[in-house]
Design a protein around this ligand. Structure first.
Ligand code: C2E
Ligand code: CA
Ligand code: CA
Length: 738
């Protein structure tokens, strides 16, 4: 079936939840990104703050230490000054006995000529930078330098002493290592580095046992990074201007935190550099946790969403199937038909046909062969329809045995379309189920939808009208809707509302048409024909009998008519002392009624009449139904005593063998043969052979009478003698002619 349209609708319904899910996921991702960014900022802020504090603390320590050193030198100089006589030996002795001995390597006495005599007995030449030592009266601290005594890395505290004759400077030499001892020890698990540098970036001391004397700026400058150089430029400027600061910079994706603080001694700075990876594992952990939990949450949402979508999809699919699919045939159902037709007819270019078809007496078929076989028949019809009209057409099953096809054809001429309808009827009429052949009667109604007509219910009404009209009409293989049909259907609908009331009010009247013995010319028998006196008009049976056959009202009506006839016959019996033999029409619907024979016998008996007094007229078309054992039925009727006439003989398709097997008394030749002597001759041969009585109806002229008399037909009936007439009129005939 063509599911496209509805599925598309379903797909549209999916877009909304998917979009919602994606949005939720995006929100979660961005929230977690924002959160991570927030955490990162927090980490940066905290790290730089901690680093700053650490730097301050160490800077303070360094300053204190240096102040302490200066104090030691100051004390030493004071002690020297207190001596009346200052000799080198005395100075060295004071040094040896002072606290300075513990931390300082040696003391030196520097003369203005650059000679320096040290406490360890060396004489070194410092004439090259004599200026720096003699330039100030305050205690000075030198940059790190190589000791000219032992090549160690040292710093020198110096203070000038005025000895009157000549100035000397007392030098206290300390190994640079000593400053490194002041540092906090392992910074950030040993991953951090602490330095004392000067304003040029030259490393004076470092925490990591590296050699000093290199430029930290140069080292940092070689590291490439987006904001690295820019940030370091700021740091250099800060350092030149004796400003403190903290920076974070990025080198090839790695973060480094740096804090620097001016020591207020010379141009010295304390600087701590640590890689981000070393910073508080906790923070990183929480970042990772945030990231992972965001992924888990997202994943969870995704799974839940997929589950919801899938279960919705399944649910919807099931609902869709329940709502739109006919389980048995796999075709669409009525709802599906309505929905899709509505869509299709929006672009109605006048090439659409609506075909409604069903199987006559499907219920009986089911009863007779079983539901399973019935189901197989329906499935087969579904398949055949697909083959016949094409799977791209809208083929649906409304209910039970009713199928509807909205056919769009671009290629077929009207003639070809009619051929197709015929073919559908032919193909569907013959079914092979499990190797057994079944014959069914198919009724097809068609409405050729007009261009731009798009009210599907209106369209459906018309196709149903055509179908209704096709039903029970075995002369045509299909019925196409036309305006007359509509009129007819409307009239029938009206009849349907009035029929029961009509029966109660006695609106159905029996008319009698005499049958004349062709040899004697005497009226001997009569046929009872019904008329409906409705709204002051006399309605002929052709207008309502087919309807009543379809809606089964005929059973009530025929019984009623039979009772009327019995009453009349019984009345005439008393009145004229004559038993008038009346034939009664019986519809096939009625024949199939279970207790029909018994009921008719009872009615006859009620009026003191016998079944033998009546002839039942059964149309030839009633005999063409493979699925009903008509022979048995007729035998039952016959056994009860009724005589049987085959009505409209020659119009149906009854085979001679059937005729031979049936317990028939009379052949009632159809009026269409009145002017066909050749055919009549043949019929007479058959009738004579089978020893059947013959009646012909529709005799209208004197010439016909003569011809028919010559052919040896037993009874003549027709307008030539009399139209069907009311009881009172017919009684005149009885008085005059019988
Ligand atoms: P039918 O049984 O073949 O009845 C004969 C029809 O031929 C009658 O039509 C009758 O009026 C008509 N007819 C008689 N002589 C002539 C004639 O010389 N020329 C022409 N052109 N027609 C003639 P009617 O009464 O209109 O009935 C039509 C059909 O309705 C009947 O055909 C019968 O099949 C059905 N019918 C009538 N009454 C009943 C009834 O009580 N029960 C049932 N089940 N069917 C009935
Ligand atoms: Ca008849
Ligand atoms: Ca007839």
């Amino acid at each position: 079936m063509n599911e496209n349209n509805s599925l598309k609708k379903q797909e549209k319904n999916f877009i909304i939840p998917i979009v919602v899910i994606v949005i939720i996921m995006l929100i979660i991702i961005s929230l977690s990104l924002v959160y991570m960014k927030y955490i990162q900022n927090l980490i940066d802020e905290n790290t730089l703050k901690n680093l700053g504090e650490l730097t301050s603390q160490d800077a303070e320590n360094v300053k204190n230490k240096i102040a302490q050193h200066k104090k030691i030198l100051d004390n030493l100089v004071n002690q020297i000054n207190e001596e009346k006589e200052i000799s080198n030996a005395k100075i060295f002795e004071i040094f040896e006995n002072s606290l300075a001995k513990d931390e300082f390597s040696r003391v030196g006495i520097l003369y203005e000529d650059g000679r320096c005599i040290t406490s360890d007995g060396e004489i070194v030449d410092l004439s090259d930078d004599i200026e720096s030592f003699f330039s100030s009266d305050d205690i000075q601290l030198s940059k790190s330098r190589k000791s000219r005594v032992d090549q160690e890395e040292i710093n020198i505290y110096s203070k000038k002493i005025d000895k009157g004759i000549e100035n000397i400077v007392i030098l206290l030499v300390i190994e640079t290592d000593n400053y490194e001892k002041i540092f906090s020890g392992k910074i950030y698990n040993g991953e951090g580095n602490e330095y004392i540098i000067d304003s040029e970036g030259i490393i004076l001391a470092n925490s990591n046992n590296r050699e000093n004397g290199y430029s930290l700026f140069n080292i940092l400058g070689t590291l490439k990074g987006e904001d690295n150089l820019q940030k370091q430029e700021k740091m250099k400027t800060d350092i030149k201007n004796n400003l403190d600061g903290q920076i974070k910079y990025n080198i090839s994706g790695k973060y480094y935190y740096t804090s620097y603080e001016y020591l207020n001694i010379n141009d010295w700075y304390l600087i701590i550099i640590t890689p981000g990876s070393a910073i508080a594992q906790e923070y990183n952990k929480s970042l990772v946790i945030t990231f992972i939990s965001s992924i888990i949450v997202n994943f969870g949402i995704l799974i839940i969403a997929i589950y919801i979508v899938m279960s919705n999809k399944n649910k919807r699919k099931k609902l869709y199937e329940l709502a739109y699919v006919d389980k048995l045939t796999g075709l669409g159902n009525y709802n599906y038909f309505i929905e899709i037709s509505k869509e299709l007819l929006k672009n109605n270019d006048g090439r659409y046909h609506l075909i409604i078809l069903d199987i006559d007496k499907f219920k009986t078929f089911n009863k007779q062969y079983g539901r399973e076989t019935g189901d197989k028949l329906l499935q087969q019809i579904g398949k055949k329809l697909k083959q016949l009209v094409g799977i791209d057409q809208l083929i649906t099953r409304f209910s039970n045995d009713i199928f509807a096809i909205l056919l769009k054809e671009n290629r077929l001429s009207t003639k070809e379309f009619h051929k197709l309808l015929e073919k559908i009827n032919d193909e569907l009429s013959n079914a092979y189920i499990d190797g057994i052949k079944y014959k069914v009667l198919i009724s097809i109604g068609v409405y050729n939808i007009k261009k731009n007509e798009n009210d599907i219910f209106h369209v459906l009404d018309k196709a149903l009208m055509a179908h209704e009209s096709a039903k029970g009409n075995y002369n045509h293989k299909y019925e196409i809707f036309n305006e007359h049909l509509e009129e007819k259907i409307l009239k029938e609908h009206y009849f349907e509302t009035k029929m029961n009331e009509g029966l109660e009010k006695g609106e159905f009247k029996v008319f009698y048409q005499p049958k004349v013995n062709s040899q004697t010319g005497k009226m001997q028998q009569a046929e009872a024909l019904v008329r409906w006196e409705l709204d002051g008009k006399l309605i002929p049976p052709n207008e309502f009998i087919p309807l009543f056959e379809r809606n089964k009202f005929i059973i009530k009506l025929d019984t009623y008519i039979f009772e009327q006839v019995c009453r009349d016959v019984s009345e005439w019996k008393n009145k004229y002392n004559k038993l008038i033999r009346v034939s009664i029409n019986i519809s096939k619907e009625h024949l199939l009624e279970k207790n029909f024979v018994k009921e008719y016998c009872n009615i006859a008996r009620k009026y003191n009449l016998m079944p033998e007094d009546f002839e039942l007229e059964i149309t030839e078309s009633a005999t063409i139904d493979d699925n009903v054992d008509l022979v048995a039925l007729l035998n039952e009727i016959k056994k009860a005593g009724f005589s049987i006439a085959i009505d409209d003989f020659g119009t149906g398709y009854s085979s001679l063998s059937i005729l031979q097997n049936m317990p028939i008394d009379v052949i009632k030749i159809d009026k269409s043969f009145v002017n066909q002597p050749r055919m009549l001759e043949i019929m007479m041969i058959i009738a004579n052979k089978l020893e059947l009585k013959t009646v012909i109806e529709g005799v209208e002229t004197k010439e016909q009478v003569i011809e028919l008399q010559n052919l040896g037909i037993d009874f003549l009936q027709g307008y030539y003698y009399s139209r069907p007439v009311r009881k009172v009129v017919f009684e005149k005939f009885i008085e005059d002619m019988f």
